[in-house]
Design a binder for this molecule. Structure first.
Ligand code: AMO
Length: 429
């Protein structure tokens, strides 16, 4: 390795020799004294640009070009005037790589660029502390999800991404050529996680990329996301909400244990003990009482979701028992009132971050549900056949990782929560 320590750790080793490697963040010329600030993923350190170690020629290059890649060996010293009271006295200074052109995006945050330019040069944007922290937090979120479900006895499975039938219905699906057949990119692992449960795996979870060919560009939609799914055998919608509640609280707890990372994003996270459950019908009544124009049976607009958040007054809550007509075909109609189904959404900070349901497990009800949505049961034969040989009642949910990350990190646009976002116009880089 070219370094003994990350800069954050090197700063704790007062009096010791360390080796660090990173980028030239900035340069300060105070006449006799010159300082170079070196940055890596963990932070920055002030390095004295000592004559003899840093030649005049080298120094001129560094002054002219931020973002040179350097390797420095030296002793860590206390200096109350330096940031964090620490600086590095170098004994060896080596340039590992240079910068060819003027930087199109400034990793030091001195000059801010618009989102489109930042995404174009993501490798430079990512060097910014806030931006790489978003992805550190995203990694903590997905790992908390995985860890908690494994602890609860779930098995991680890996369904296909190339599929032959739309898992969420006919629209919004990317078509592709699969040798001499027509195939699609998965909109979700829905049908496969259900088949896995019917197959006896009982409690399964998935983390995978999924694709939605939605044409509209919004600040909360992407065309490729990472979906976190779970499916549970011998369970109903309330059992699935119980699991989602446990795992979501665990995800919030995991990020709240890193306040220093949240602070970089200007974010704070409160961890609830319980998550309130409110029916769709109660929400409609609440909206109407507050003068909103909405009829029972309609889905909420993004604006209405924000208003609901204000009326309910909780950061996280479930809305359940949606009208059957606005939910996916596999959602189980309620046995006392089939116009509603045993489905739910999890709302967080005014945005739907997850949806789920108890599934239809009776073949006749399932075929009827497909036909009533103008879907051909023959196209779903690989799936519907599984229900003829002893399918247990089951339920589950899917969470959008980018939406959770966006809300936790206080981001205005979901693209910020995707390393290389795919939207209506962006397929590159
Ligand atoms: P649904 O289609 O509601 O449900 O998706 C579940 C969650 O995935 C996220 N999501 C998106 N995020 C960003 N951009 C998009 N275009 C996008 N589409 C979906 C959201 C959403 O809540 N199979 C069911 C889940 C289940 O019932 O188990 C499903 O896919 O956070």
């Amino acid at each position: 390795m070219l370094k003994t320590d990350y800069i954050k750790d090197a700063k704790l080793k007062i009096g010791n020799e360390v080796e660090i490697a990173g980028w030239v963040h900035k340069f300060i010329d105070m006449g006799k004294l010159k300082f170079i600030f070196i940055r890596d993923r963990s932070g920055q350190i002030q390095v004295i640009a000592k004559k003899g170690v840093v030649s005049d020629g080298l120094m001129a290059k560094i002054i002219a070009n931020k973002e040179y890649v350097v390797h420095i060996k030296g002793i860590v010293k206390e200096n109350i005037k330096a940031p964090d009271g620490v600086e590095l006295i170098p004994s060896h200074y080596e340039i590992l790589n240079s910068v060819d052109e003027k930087l199109p995006v400034d990793p030091t945050d001195e000059v801010l660029s618009d989102l489109e330019t930042r995404l174009e040069y993501r490798y430079l944007d990512l060097r910014r502390r806030k931006i790489n922290t978003i992805f550190e937090l995203k990694s903590i979120i997905i790992n908390a999800y995985r860890r908690k479900l494994i602890e609860m006895g779930f098995v991680e499975i890996h369904p296909p991404v190339i599929i032959m039938a739309a898992s969420e219905g006919g629209t919004d699906i990317f078509e592709l050529k699969y040798f001499e057949h027509k195939a699609y990119l998965a909109q979700s692992p829905q049908l496969y996680k259900q088949i896995a449960v019917i197959g006896g795996l009982d409690k399964v979870f998935i983390t995978m990329p999924i694709f939605r060919a939605e044409k509209h560009n919004t600040s909360t939609h992407l065309n490729e996301i990472t979906m976190l799914d779970a499916e549970i055998g011998f369970a109903n919608d309330h059992d699935a909400m119980d699991v989602l509640e446990t795992v979501f609280i665990e995800m919030l707890r995991a990020v709240s244990s890193k306040p220093e990372l949240l602070a970089v994003c200007g974010a704070e996270v409160k961890v609830p003990q319980k998550i309130k459950r409110i029916t769709y019908t109660e929400i409609i009544d609440m909206l109407k009482k507050n003068g909103e124009q909405i009829e029972w049976g309609h889905d909420f607009s993004k604006e209405q979701e924000k208003k609901i958040f204000a009326f309910v007054g909780e950061e996280a809550f479930f809305i359940y028992e949606y009208p059957t007509s606005i939910r996916a075909f596999y959602s189980m109609p309620n046995k006392n009132n089939p116009t509603i189904c045993n489905s739910f959404d999890l709302m967080y900070r005014g945005l739907e971050i997850s949806s789920g349901a108890q599934r239809i497990h009776k073949i006749d009800v399932l075929e009827h549900a497909l036909k009533s949505r103008n879907l051909n049961p023959q196209d779903f034969k690989f799936y519907t056949d599984a229900f003829r040989f002893g399918a247990p009642p089951h339920a589950g949910f899917g969470l959008g990782l980018e939406r959770i990350t966006m809300k936790i990190c206080n981001l205005n646009n979901i693209r910020e929560a995707s390393l290389f976002p795919r939207d209506r116009t962006r397929l590159y880089p």
